[in-house]
Design a protein around this ligand. Sequence first.
Ligand code: MG
Length: 158
Amino acid sequence: MRIGFGYDAHKLKAGRQCVLCGVVIPCKFGPDGHSDADVPLHALMDAMLGALALGDIGVLFPVKDEKWRGASSVEMLKDVYALVQGRGYALGNADITIVLEEPYLSPYITQMREKVADALGTDIGRISVKATTEEKMGFTGDGTGISATAAVLLLSYT
Ligand code: MG
């Protein structure tokens, strides 16, 4: 078994599409960034890479590389998971927390879990997505940004 933890944060920008765990959230602002800036998926990818000590997504998908401009993080996640599987590991489970003052994410949680499970070819029961606010404190609280954390357990099948 290998355990991994990932963290990511992005600024929120008016007019940017808000994609979280591959689900488009109706919103007047979204995370700014080079790719689609899907913060929880960036945290999840870093957790997977961290579990196998393979670096981070900045190494795998360099910001300088135009190839990744506007890239879908769901597709990037599939690439990362292929790498994980290539090392002889499969996902045990993942637990993601999204920290955002608004909008209220509760109506989208099941869809997010399905999207991540589909991307990884796994069961929704292995994917947890939670959302919380920081009660108007700090950069998530005042709407400057969004952050996410992810913990994963990888199981060796060799
Ligand atoms: Mg990021």
